[in-house]
Design a protein around this ligand. Sequence first.
Ligand code: DHB
Length: 309
Amino acid sequence: SLASHIGDYQFDNLLLNAAGVRCSTTDELNKTLDSMAGGCVTKSATPEERAGNESPRMKPLPLGSINSMGLPNHGIDYYLKFAEENQGKNGKQVILSIAGLSIDQNIEMLKKVQESSFSGLTELNLSCPNVKGKSQVGYDFDAVRDVLTSTFKFFKKPLGLKLPPYFDFNQFNGIAEVLNDFPITYINVINSIGNGLVVDPETESVVIKPKGGFGGLGGDYVKPTALANVRALRQRLNPEISIIGTGGIKSGMDVFEHVLCGANLVQIGTAFGYEGTPIFERISKELKEIMDKKGYKTLDDFRGKLKTI
Ligand code: DHB
C-alpha cells in the first residue's frame, strides 16, 4: 500500500503535484484529482489575480528546470472556491497554497480560509524566490516567527509551511527552533533552489528573461539538497509535525529515498511538468516494485529508517 497520512488527513497515495506545476486552473486541478495522485495542491495564491513575470520564464534543462514565474495566479477567491467544492472528491485531499507578498497579505488570505467552509490542509508558502524586490521569508527566522505568531492567534485549521532549502546546520537548528514553538501540521521541503543561473554558451546568454536570468532550480540538480532538508528537519522537529518531501523526484526510487529520509508524502514538480498526470501511475508502479523486492508492505516499514555508516 502507498497510503499515508498527515495529521488526520488520509491519502490513499503519497504522491501529489508540487505547487506551481499544472495546478493554475480548475481544469488542471481536476485532471490531477482524477489521476492516481493522492490529491492536488493549488497554485500559490495572492489576494488578487496576477499575470506574473515576463516570458520566457521557464526553461527545461537536461537535468531539471529553471523558472522565474513570478506567481501568476487567479487569486485566492478562485482557489478557495475550488478547494471548498472539491475537498474530499474521489476520496482525495485538496491542499490550498497561499503566498502573500507581505505578512498582511498572508493574514488577509488566511482569514478568508478560516471563515470559509474549506476543511482541508492549507499550505503557507514562505519561500517564493521569484517576485522582484521580495526576499524569501523562510530565510529570515524572526519574520517566520512573526507570521506564525500572528497566524495562530486566529487560524484554527491545519496549517503546513512550504520552506526554502537550507544549507547550513545553523539554519536547520534555527528554523527548527522556531517551528517547534507552533502547532504546525506539516512542513514541505524544499521549494526550488532560488536564484540559480543557467548559461547557454552557444548564444552566450541567460535562458530566462526575468531578473536577468536568475531563477529557481528544480529537478535532478536539487535532489540531494531536498533529501538533506527532509532528513535534517525530521531529526529536529517535534514528531507531531509531518514532512512532505519535494525536490528531484522523477522515479519510484527517488520517492523511496525521500521516505527513507522521513517524508510522509511527496510532491513532484519539474518531472510532473514534463510528463503530466500519467507520472503518478508510473511512479506508483515503480515504488511498489521496489517495496515488493525489499519485502516492505507499507511506507511505515522504512520511513525515516535511513542508515548511517
Ligand atoms: C513561484 C515560484 C516559487 O518557487 C514559489 O514558491 C511560488 C511562486 C513563481 O515564480 O510563481
